[in-house]
Design a protein. Structure first.
Length: 386
């Protein structure tokens, strides 16, 4: 019988040590491996190519997403770069969402500038724009759902069908959901990428990425190129990631529960203009999210009424919400996209993407929800007095 996500997350690598009977696997830091005899290599020869600790976390991640295997890389960006290196030749087209993660946007653009491949950014919910882009015979259709920071939802099943009709590979960035809340391979995607820096590790203490696929040949090519260009992750980060994954399911459940409580509270606040959270019935992607996700996640955004001074006052009175980029950790973070994560975009591009100067994004952690609300209340009171 196939095991459920929570069991897979806990049990990977347990009780595999034959020397001491360790329950938790040891970390294998060695960069090199001896040859028992002349011309007799072992399974591993050098840790860039293969490392037992990285093997364990790769197996865990593949199993969690339902793939045949995984390549764990030094960052989410190197995972995305690896996919493009393997599957795109000069002149090939990749279609990406117009509001994709800023780092991905920059990577695709800069690689296009140097002639590595061509990128077409589209609003993937705009059917005619999407069809026009698909007519360019893309090699890859890159999906990111929910999007950042407005949590726009893309129908993975529908877009995968359209992409496959033109022979494109579908790559899904599943960072915002994790395999607990969304399984893109089961919905038709071919390849999954994650920034493991976020929910998968969950403790904001490593930077790592992963590529997971369903086809052995693709896995072989990805592994070969990961070693060739040297983007595989180190043993220590792999170890921390494996450890972080053990608590993935309860973390996500608590984070999501807290997110709903915060949304309920924010809805009662007169300073809150608009809330972006896919559980809300007025969210444009609510029905698709309900269909393809196993939950609404723990990322939310809202617009705060008032001037920049009101936002400054609000943020400066928060003590449990750290003003920082990144997401997915056990600690709650708040971010002002216009001056932080999306500062690299032109004002024009931000406007098109719908990111206003009054938008705030929260990555909800697992603190006590009442403490979080009390903290917000102090900040709202201070901002109201301005
Ligand atoms: C953070 C992030 C990335 C990039 O990952 P790094 O680990 O920071 O390199 C890619 N996609 C999404 C959706 C992200 O949030």
């Amino acid at each position: 019988m196939t095991k459920k996500t929570a069991t897979i997350a806990i049990h990977n690598g347990l009780n595999e040590d034959t020397q001491f009977g360790c329950v938790v696997p040891p970390i294998y830091l060695s960069s090199t491996y001896n040859f028992p005899e002349f011309n007799q290599p072992r399974e591993h020869d050098y840790s860039r190519r293969g490392n037992p600790t990285r093997d364990m976390v790769q197996k865990a991640l593949a199993e969690l997403e339902g793939g045949v295997g995984a390549v764990v890389t030094s960052s989410g960006m190197s995972a995305i770069h690896l996919i493009c290196t393997v599957f795109l030749q000069p002149g090939d087209v990749i279609i990406a969402p117009h509001d994709c993660y800023g780092g991905s946007y920059r990577l695709f653009n800069s690689q296009q500038e140097r002639g590595a491949y061509r990128v077409i950014f589209v609003d993937q919910n705009d059917e005619s724009a999407l069809q026009k882009a698909l007519a360019q015979q893309p090699k890859i259709v890159f999906i990111e759902t929910p999007s950042n920071p407005l949590l726009r939802i893309t129908d993975i099943e529908k877009i995968s069908e359209l992409a496959h009709q033109v022979g494109a590979l579908v790559v899904a960035d599943n960072t915002f959901m994790s395999p607990v809340l969304q399984k893109p391979l089961a919905l038709g995607a071919d390849i999954i990428v994650h920034s493991c820096t976020k929910y998968l590790n969950g403790h904001s203490d490593i930077v790592a990425g992963v590529v997971i696929c369903q086809c052995r040949k693709q896995l072989e090519d990805l592994s070969w190129w990961a070693n060739n260009i040297g983007v595989t992750s180190g043993a220590f980060d792999s170890y921390l990631l494996l450890r972080g994954i053990r608590t993935l399911v309860p973390r996500i459940r608590l984070q999501q529960e807290n997110a709903q409580i915060l949304v309920d509270y924010l809805q009662t606040q007169s300073l809150v203009e608009k809330i972006y959270y896919p559980a809300l019935k007025n969210h444009a992607g609510h029905n698709i999210a309900k269909k393809q996700q196993q939950g609404f996640g723990a990322m939310l955004s809202f617009e705060l009424k008032g001037t920049e001074q009101v936002i400054k006052t609000f943020l400066s009175h928060l003590t449990l919400f750290t003003l920082a980029e990144s997401l997915g950790g056990v600690e709650t973070l708040i971010c002002h996209p216009a001056t932080m994560t999306h500062a690299g975009m032109s004002e024009e591009a931000r406007k098109t993407a719908g990111i206003s100067a009054s938008l705030l994004r929260i990555s909800v952690g697992i603190e006590d929800s009442q403490d979080l609300i009390n903290d917000l209340q102090i900040a709202f009171d201070a901002a109201t007095k301005r």
